[in-house]
Structure formats: C-alpha cells, structure tokens
Design a protein around this ligand. Sequence first.
Ligand SMILES: Cc1cc2nc3c(=O)[nH]c(=O)nc-3n(C[C@H](O)[C@H](O)[C@H](O)COP(=O)(O)OP(=O)(O)OC[C@H]3O[C@@H](n4cnc5c(N)ncnc54)[C@H](O)[C@@H]3O)c2cc1C
Length: 407
Amino acid sequence: MQPKTAVVIGAGIAGCSTAYALAQRGVNVTLLERRAEIASEASGNPIAMLYPRLSSDNAASVFALAAYMHSLALFKSLDLDATEFNRCGLLQMGFNVRELARIKKVATQNHPADTLKYLTQIEATSLAGISISHDALYFPDAGWVNPQRLCQRLTEHSNITLLTLTNVVNIMKNNDIFLVYSDNSLTLSADIIVIANANDAQQFSQTKHIKTQAVRGQVSQLSATEISRQLKMIVCSDGYLSPAVNGQHCVGATFSTDKNDLNTTQLRISASDHQSNLNTLKTISKSLHNSLYGNIVGGRATFRCTTSDYFPLVGQLLDSAALKSTPPRPTAAAASLPWINGLYLNVAHGSKGFTSAPLCAELLACLICNEVLPIASELAGLCNPNRFLLREMGLKQLAKTLAYAQN
Ligand SMILES: Cc1cc2nc3c(=O)[nH]c(=O)nc-3n(C[C@H](O)[C@H](O)[C@H](O)COP(=O)(O)OP(=O)(O)OC[C@H]3O[C@@H](n4cnc5c(N)ncnc54)[C@H](O)[C@@H]3O)c2cc1C
C-alpha cells in the first residue's frame, strides 16, 4: 500500500529529489535539514555540471547514461531559466592515450547524435569558441545547473513541508509508525523514512553498519577575461572548466583521499588544491591557462560521500542485528529476510550527484509506491544498500541474486 506520509532526512540534491519524486505521487513529505539553507553541503557549489562519463557497455556506463537522461528530463520539466539550468553543451577531450581510446570506443556505440557525437580537434575548436588541442566527445544537451535554485524548485511542491535548522538525532519504530526526533525537541511521525544525509547516514542505530567514505573536493573560481569569455561550453580533461557564469569560471574538482594529508580532512580552502585545479586548466587549454592563471577569486571545499564500488546506496534497509543473529542461507528468498519495512536510504552519490541522485530518487519512489522500476532490476540491484553487509557476512551470492527484489 502506498504510504501517506514520509520524512526525508537531508536537503541536498538526494533529499530534495527524493522528496519531489514522492510528492509527485501524492505522498505528504516533511523534508528535514539541519542547516539554515537547503543545498548547503556537497550540493552547495555555485554551479554543478550535468554530464555522464561513459566507457564500454558496462553496468556503470549504462547506469550513468540512464541517470543523465533522467536528470535532463527532470530539470527541463522544472522550467528553470538559463541562469539556473544552462544546456551549453560539453566536450570530453581525448587528452591522453587512454582517454582518446575511451571516447573513440564510446563513439562507436551507436548513440543518437543528439546524445553525443565524436568531433575532430578542428570541429571541437569551432564549436567551443576557444582553441581545443584534441579530438573530443561532444554532449550537446549537457550543461550546468545552479544547485540552490534546482533544490529550491524541487521543494516548492505543495506536498512538501521543509523544516530547516532541524538536526535529526534519532529514529524509532513504534508498531508500523516511525518516530523521528530532532535536537530542537521536534518529534514527527511518518509511515516511511528516507535517509538522504550523505556522510552522516551511519549516525542512527539502524544504519551503523553502512560503509561510506568522505572524499574532500575543492573547486576554484576564476574571474573571466576577454579571451576566456569566448568559451561557450564546458570542457573536461581530468577535471572540468565551465564557461563564464556571472563573470566567473568554475574549475575542478580535486579528489583528496590521502588520509595523512590534513587537507583531506579539513574544509578550509587549500592553495595546493587551487594549484591542482590550475593544472587541470593547463591540460584543457594553454591559452586559457595563461589568460586565467592569476585570476583566482574564490573556491569551495566539501566532502563527497562515496562507496568502494562507486555505486550509490539506494533502497530499503535490512535489520543488520537480526540478519547477523540468524544468518540466512545463500539461497534465501528476499521475503524471508529481516527488512526494516519503510526505512530507506538514498546516499553516496560521489562525484556525480546531480546526475545520479534524481534517478535514484525516482527508483526509490517507484519501489515505495509499487510501480515499475525506471531501470532494469539488475542495474538497480547494483545500488542495493545492503550489499556490503551481505558481502561482509560471506553472502556475496545473495547480495547479487537479491538484486532489487524486496520483501
Ligand atoms: C568539489 C566538488 C565538486 C563537485 N562537482 C560536481 C558536479 O559538477 N556535478 C555533479 O553532478 N556532482 C558534483 N559533485 C558531487 C555532488 O556535489 C554530490 O554528489 C551531491 O551534492 C551529493 O548530494 P547529497 O544530497 O547526497 O549530499 P549533501 O548535499 O551533502 O546533502 C546532505 C544533507 O544532509 C544534511 N544532514 C546531514 N545530517 C543531517 C541530520 N542528522 N539531520 C538533518 N539534516 C542532515 C546536510 O546538512 C546536507 O544538507 C561535486 C562534489 C564536490 C565535493
């Protein structure tokens, strides 16, 4: 039966798009955010790029393309204007042997020309408005989005009540109703809960076993010059450079995993990360690098939330204590497992949350409302939020066959 009420915890792109997907189906959603504003943590960069990174026909690539198409359709449907969502196009350059081989392979996969197209260096230069030194894969519909405006637009739905400055500290289940407690003494009840609070997803007693990693990243903002203003679209090498938006380019992003480096665990702006972003700029275009080199006017650092296999964690949770006390057989049926009925997760969107989170929100809403899933269940199964727990218990096969079957 479709739930009447839901609480969604965390108002980044994952929480806002989940709230929207449920609200569209008539569920009354209360969206809780600990900060004063929505999209204040990982989802709070000045602009976010929307594009897929494709490779051979593997599952990650199929998922990335489906997610990209879904975000494109969703963002278009929200009537955002060109200062909020701008499909300026994007070039992925074959800037080294490996990347050139990758983009050539993708180009042979018979994608429609309005999805992607292989361009020679001369064609890429003529489209981009600046000199491009390599052949490139062109995504005509890709672009950038203003994250705060997007999240605001998603939460303006009449079935969504947004409560900011509400830090959820505890979740309990009483018969079939969930109770949600915040540290400002608010208690809410709901039929279902979706946890969408990224790196803090492990904070609840029901979610302690969830394994994610926080990965620091920094973008740099550069004031545009007469030369750089000619850039018409986003250009990617091992990072990305946006065209000038409100007089500034955004270049990024760093990916810091070295635990011995203080920069990895702190969010103050780091000069070495600015340097690393400038190095990316150099790979993209020497002339733009020379033109923009001294123009850093700001930056922003936050933590991504990732998993070791880079797929997000999306779906209903199993009760880990009950599972461990009575381990199931590797051939157990989904219905026989100890599910926490009504407790869901939508986290770990890594470096591409604006592409992956909206599709995962739709997937979750279909699952919750008993609709046909928007992607093949084998693909959805790669996001199963219980996969690491099952693998850890030696139930690798069950994690696989369970796929997206639920109770
Ligand atoms: C430098 C950098 C550049 C990036 N560039 C891009 C890009 O160009 N394109 C792209 O697609 N992706 C990009 N990403 C990745 C993208 O930003 C993330 O994947 C995405 O923002 C994750 O969204 P989220 O909603 O899962 O997490 P978040 O945005 O972090 O949202 C989680 C929310 O939960 C709230 N919260 C936490 N605990 C609680 C609690 N107990 N109670 C209430 N609220 C709580 C937090 O305050 C926060 O608002 C980038 C990431 C970084 C770091």
